[in-house]
Design a protein around this ligand. Structure first.
Ligand code: DGY
Length: 322
């Protein structure tokens, strides 16, 4: 029925929200003649003039179609999101209004899982910290570097055993790790040990890896109580969304030595990184680069544009969420 009612969409009926991947941005401008939502004071004027005409929005996991913007777009029909996470978009309002959303799953699973492993190895084996030690010229005066923590054969908890969580678990199996996980529901046939809550998961493992989707349902799931169960020998790795962790509680646990270390690709309010974390040697900080390889970003851009073209053709999305 959607396809039957579909009338051609073009030009400024397509709106780019926030900065997007350069390939997507170039195609939006050159191939589609799309409009870009301006920042600052021009935004209000733009919306007053053009909001009614907007039928498709193209956005990203960081700059989505939030509640306020969605309310100002009365004729919005579809949201095309670059990235697997779409928590910057008001999903509840989109569902209420029957606005479908597409994302870019699968193509980034391996890269994000690789990033989780990089952080896991780095924070336990202190490779980045040791590199800083060498660069500071301290090796000659301090011949023995502080000992690290063994990364093989650990008990690791995956919070969110979805596509990315499973890919991380598979990699950790190669390191002889024992995998536990928590999900809304047990995952049949995974072969890993299910824990009924994040707290029980943290209590059972040496390292907690967060791979859960962001959004209101997972906000602050890893709170002070969960971190306390991980304890002073425990490590946290987060490649999902900063909002899944109570960041204040995390900073306190790390600065007060109630957690052994953390490897973080994501933060509650990016690009803000709490200043206390910058001072800590046992914390590895990345600027949200989980999917950040040339190959994967090219695949994500291609899938984003495939979704857009598909919607413009017959009102269908190739990889709709939900
Ligand atoms: C995603 O795809 O959601 C990654 O976090 C990159 O934004």
């Amino acid at each position: 029925a959607q396809a039957e009612n579909h009338t051609a969409i073009s030009g400024k009926q397509i709106l780019q929200v926030g900065p997007v991947n350069p390939t997507v941005a170039a195609a939006l401008a050159d191939e589609f003649g799309a409009a870009r939502l301006p920042d600052g004071p021009e935004r209000t004027e733009f919306l007053q003039r053009h909001a009614d005409g907007v039928r498709v929005a193209v956005c990203s996991g960081r700059f989505g179609v939030d509640s306020d913007l969605m309310r100002q777009l009365p004729n919005l029909e579809a949201i095309v999101n670059f990235g697997v996470g779409y928590d910057a978009t008001d999903v509840a309002q989109a569902n209420e209004r029957g606005i479908p959303i597409s994302n870019t799953p699968d193509v980034l699973t391996d890269c994000v899982a690789d990033t989780a492993l990089a952080l896991y190895l780095d924070v336990l084996r202190q490779t980045t910290a040791a590199d800083r030690f060498v660069r500071r010229g301290e090796w000659e005066s301090t011949p023995s570097y502080p000992l690290a923590t063994r990364a093989s054969s650990k008990k690791v908890g995956i919070l969110g055993l979805g596509r990315i969580g499973k890919a991380i678990a598979k990699r950790l199996e190669a390191f002889g790790c024992e995998i536990h996980y928590h999900n809304r529901r047990p995952v049949e046939g995974s072969g890993y040990t299910y824990q009924a809550s994040p707290t029980e998961l943290a209590e059972a493992v040496d390292v907690l890896v967060i791979a859960a989707a962001g959004g209101p349902e997972t906000a602050n799931l890893v709170d002070a109580a969960v971190l306390a169960k991980l304890g002073p020998e425990g490590y946290l790795v987060n490649i999902a969304r900063g909002t899944v962790v109570d960041e204040e509680a995390l900073v306190s646990a790390l600065t007060e030595g109630r957690l052994a270390g953390a490897g973080l690709d994501v933060f509650a309010s990016e690009p803000h990184v709490p200043a206390e974390l910058m001072e800590l040697e046992n914390v590895v900080l990345l600027p949200h680069v989980g999917s950040g390889t040339r190959e994967t970003r090219a695949d994500m851009a291609a899938l984003t544009l495939e979704n857009l073209r598909s919607y413009l053709r017959d009102a269908s999305l190739v990889t709709p969420v939900g």
